[in-house]
Design a protein around this ligand. Structure first.
Ligand SMILES: Cc1ncc(C[n+]2csc(CCOP(=O)(O)OP(=O)(O)O)c2C)c(N)n1
Ligand SMILES: [Mg+2]
Length: 329
């Protein structure tokens, strides 16, 4: 075991696990860069919301989960899917609208789900993941399995009614759930300070009698350690936790949004806190990673993403006759 210092806490985590976390974060980053490039080439039908910059949240949380545990996602969901172990090829194929994708190319970026790895789905409706996650956690409790649920959502979603209803229900029923708020300071072009009088969204946990904590969402070990503690409490029947991760998206809200509403100094400051660079420096310091190993990992990840792109581009589009298949409403 390697012991890594996080704040005043020592985390017991193996070298393999640390490298795996680093690799997953890189996978998400390269994947998103590729999606951005493909979008620019007009190969992505619909819109996209990129996760680059927020990798430490998805990877930190999902690294504390088991395969059978559940997650719910958002419109910015590629990172959650990848962190939970989705097949890069099928994710890319879905984003490019191809038949080999998770929804046979008919759902696109915001509808990817993979029940075989506990990924209950992305959703275009802001705040819609919260009641789904709460329902999943209730089912876990009633069936007495030892699973837990991690529910990802944004700062904007925390102003929706679904947030308040879900947190209250989860608290009174002591459901095994982690409410993971990715506070990237903006909901589209609206900064948090324009729509909330509080600075820390985790303060809202107290209103439901729930444990709440605000952490550095760009420090993957901080996220991992906090998620582990919340998972442990959830598995013991001690109920939900609200974890607010302060983070920042590198790109605009969606498509080609240049995000001109963000002050230049703010962007620069957050780019310096890039979660991947920070983790990489930490791994060098801890002697977990060498320059050679870093290069090897990068090459392997780039090859894997390129393979996913090739697979997607070589896959056919669904045929018009299939348009109404698998449609439930
Ligand atoms: C119910 C609903 N209202 C409004 C929208 C339009 N919309 C899409 S994303 C978004 C902002 C969401 O912000 P946040 O929850 O902070 O997530 P982020 O985009 O920052 O990841 C809005 C308002 C929507 N999709 N669904
Ligand atoms: Mg936001």
């Amino acid at each position: 075991m390697t012991y890594s210092k996080w704040g005043s806490t020592m985390i017991d985590v193996s070298r393999e696990k640390l490298v795996e976390m680093y690799r997953k974060m890189l996978e998400i980053r390269y994947f998103e860069e590729k999606v951005f490039e493909l979008y620019g080439q007009n190969l992505v039908p619909g819109t996209i919301h990129l996760y680059a910059g927020q990798e430490a949240v998805a990877v930190g949380v999902c690294s504390a989960l088991r395969k059978e545990d559940y997650i719910t996602s958002t419109h910015r969901g590629h990172g959650h899917c990848i962190a939970k172990g989705a097949d890069l090829k099928r994710v890319m194929a879905e984003i490019l609208g191809r038949k080999t994708g998770y929804c046979k190319g008919k759902g696109g970026s915001m509808h990817i789900a993979d029940f075989s790895i506990g990924m209950l789905g992305a959703t275009a409706v802001v705040g819609a993941g919260l009641p789904i996650a709460t329902g999943a956690a209730l089912s876990v409790k009633l069936q007495k399995t030892s699973q837990v649920v991690a529910c990802f959502f944004g700062d904007g979603a925390s102003n929706q009614g679904t947030f308040h209803e879900s947190l209250n229900m989860a608290a009174i029923w002591k459901l095994p759930i982690l409410f993971v708020c990715e506070n990237n300071l903006y909901a589209m072009g609206t900064s948090q300070s324009r729509v909330m009088l509080i600075e820390n969204i985790a303060d809202r946990a107290a209103a439901y009698g729930m444990v709440g904590t605000t952490i550095d969402g760009n420090d993957v070990l901080a996220v991992y350690q906090t998620a582990r503690e919340a998972v442990e409490r959830a598995r013991k029947g001690e109920g939900p936790t609200l974890i607010e991760c302060k983070t920042y998206r590198h790109k605009g809200h969606s498509r080609m949004d240049p995000a001109k509403y963000r002050p230049k100094e703010e962007v620069e400051e957050w780019l310096k806190k890039d979660p991947i660079k920070r983790f990489q420096d930490r791994l060098f310091e801890m002697n977990v990673l060498t320059e050679d190993e870093k290069g090897e990992i990068e090459r392997a990840v780039i090859a894997e993403v390129e393979e996913a792109v090739k697979f997607a581009l070589e896959s056919p589009y669904p045929s018009p006759e299939e348009a109404l298949e698998d449609v439930y409403a």
